[in-house]
Write a protein that binds this ligand. Structure first.
Ligand SMILES: C[S@@+](CC[C@H](N)C(=O)[O-])C[C@H]1O[C@@H](n2cnc3c(N)ncnc32)[C@H](O)[C@@H]1O
Length: 439
């Protein structure tokens, strides 16, 4: 999972437990009351590289004290803002609600911190839980052991309050608790989302290698696409980019087809949440003709894309999207100008990469021939892609697609911007270009 802000100093102060009670009260902040108009703290993880886009979304939702950091954004606001962020953010992977925050030196300090949270007030004992710990420069040796201590603290708190306790479910828990450790500070969050927010609820069929939905939406927003100009995905696979674009174009909330963990909290107010759902910041609209264009060489991909579009737009609405099945390099110019955003195959095996690199020049020739006047963006793990197609990128943005360290290359397709493609080495994608994704 992407991690909350890094500490300003790695030095560990003395344990809060070595202080007297008054000092300790000053250090430990525990949130245990029912949500009110009070200002709460949140952290929303997102795919790395999209923190700025997420910060803009949260600003538009009314968040305060917005602090983008590597892999997410901290923010403040009333409790309801957390619900609105779950429902409306296209880029956040989760929305974590801060419950406690304090200095620590040992696992026992963290146990006490978790024990001080009024968990039975938050959710019922028949719900299942999972605790996950992430850390930057923590001196503690086992993060699993920290998770275990926090789970024990929650269970002990329930046992002290009533005769029953939540049980653990590591695959589909009702409540997820996240612990984040810096060198000397521990923060405990309750996840308001439940399943990760990129699971929108419209994906029914699995084709290989789909993009995460929040990465697709984030790239569209990063490129300033708001449903106002033609969009082409020339290699659409399961249609993630097009489906997210459809949601943006019709102003539909990305969370409108799913449920959230906060709906299981004790104080969940269904009628208030209905009001939040119905209070769209912008009126919804129908999808315009000749706005969305999708294409793939594989007929099964086109069928899947069609189904996903129907899941969000309805059968009638999806007809407004032009879907074709042919080679990308044969697509005729769809409109005078627009945005091409596409995710070509990666070629993780050596022979695949060799084939791909032999294909790039014909892709470059198509860009030059059919897409002059367009902005063309490709997300790929192959750093040699620009040389292969023969254009100098006007921008390259590092982004993670799952565990794959990618670049979003942007090319402004002015006529005459073509360079001679240079012959490329056809080796595998270097290991240093692949880093584990945290969420
Ligand atoms: C990495 S996948 C795209 C995944 C997609 N972004 C999604 O979220 O599902 C690449 C796609 O490119 C398609 N493809 C490969 N070569 C192609 C070509 N020459 N023309 C058009 N599509 C091609 C494949 O069929 C595959 O669906």
């Amino acid at each position: 999972m992407p991690l909350p802000p890094k500490p300003t100093s790695p030095a560990a102060p003395p344990s809060p437990l070595s202080r007297n009670d008054d000092q300790q009260r000053a250090t430990i902040i525990v949130k245990a009351k029912a949500p009110s108009k009070a200002i709460e703290k949140f952290f929303a993880p997102c795919p790395r590289g999209l923190e700025g886009v997420l910060a803009d979304e949260l600003t538009a939702l009314g968040a305060q004290k917005i602090e983008p950091t590597d892999g997410g954004v901290g923010f403040s606001g009333p409790y309801e803002l957390g619900q609105r962020a779950c429902y409306w953010s296209r880029v956040a992977s989760r929305v974590l609600w801060q419950q406690a925050d304090a200095e620590y030196r040992s696992e026992d300090d963290i146990y006490r911190l978790a024990r001080a949270v009024d968990w039975p007030h938050l959710f019922a004992s028949h719900l299942t839980i999972r605790v996950e710990t992430n850390a930057i420069r923590s001196p503690l040796r086992s993060l699993d052991f920290v998770s275990l201590k926090v789970k024990d603290a929650i269970v002990d708190k329930f046992r002290a309050a009533m005769n029953s306790r939540p049980s653990v479910d590591t695959s589909m828990p009702d409540m997820r608790i996240f612990v984040f450790l810096t060198a000397y500070r521990a923060t405990i969050y309750l996840d308001l989302a439940g399943e990760a927010l990129f699971k929108r609820g419209y994906r029914r069929d699995g084709l290989a290698a789909p993009l995460r939905e929040n990465l697709a939406a984030g790239m569209l927003l990063l490129k300033g696409w708001r449903g106002d100009k033609p969009l082409l995905d020339a290699m659409c696979g399961s249609g993630t980019i097009l489906t997210e674009a459809a949601l943006i174009a019709v102003n539909r909330a990305p969370g409108s087809q799913r449920t959230f963990a906060f709906e299981k909290l004790r104080f969940f107010d269904a009628s208030r949440f209905k009001e939040i759902r119905e209070a769209s910041p912008i009126a919804s609209r129908a999808i315009a003709e000749k706005l969305l264009f999708g294409n793939d060489i594989n007929p099964a991909a086109i069928e899947t894309t069609r189904r996903h579009l129907e899941n969000v737009l309805g059968t009638e609405g999806a007809r407004a999207v032009t879907l074709t099945q042919q080679r990308a390099e044969d697509i005729p110019r769809p409109a005078e100008n627009g945005l091409l955003l596409t995710n070509p195959p990666y070629g993780e095996r050596l022979d695949e990469l060799a084939q791909l690199r032999a294909w790039y020049p014909s892709l470059g020739a198509w860009l030059k021939r059919e897409l002059s006047g367009w902005t063309a963006c490709f997300i790929t793990a192959d750093r040699e892609f620009p040389s292969g197609v023969g254009f100098k990128p006007s921008k390259k943005t590092p982004l993670f697609n799952g565990a794959l360290d990618c670049r979003l290359f942007e090319f402004q397709m002015y006529s005459g911007s073509k360079r001679e493609p240079k012959p490329l080495p056809t080796g595998g994608i270097p290991l240093e270009h692949q880093r584990a994704h945290r969420e």
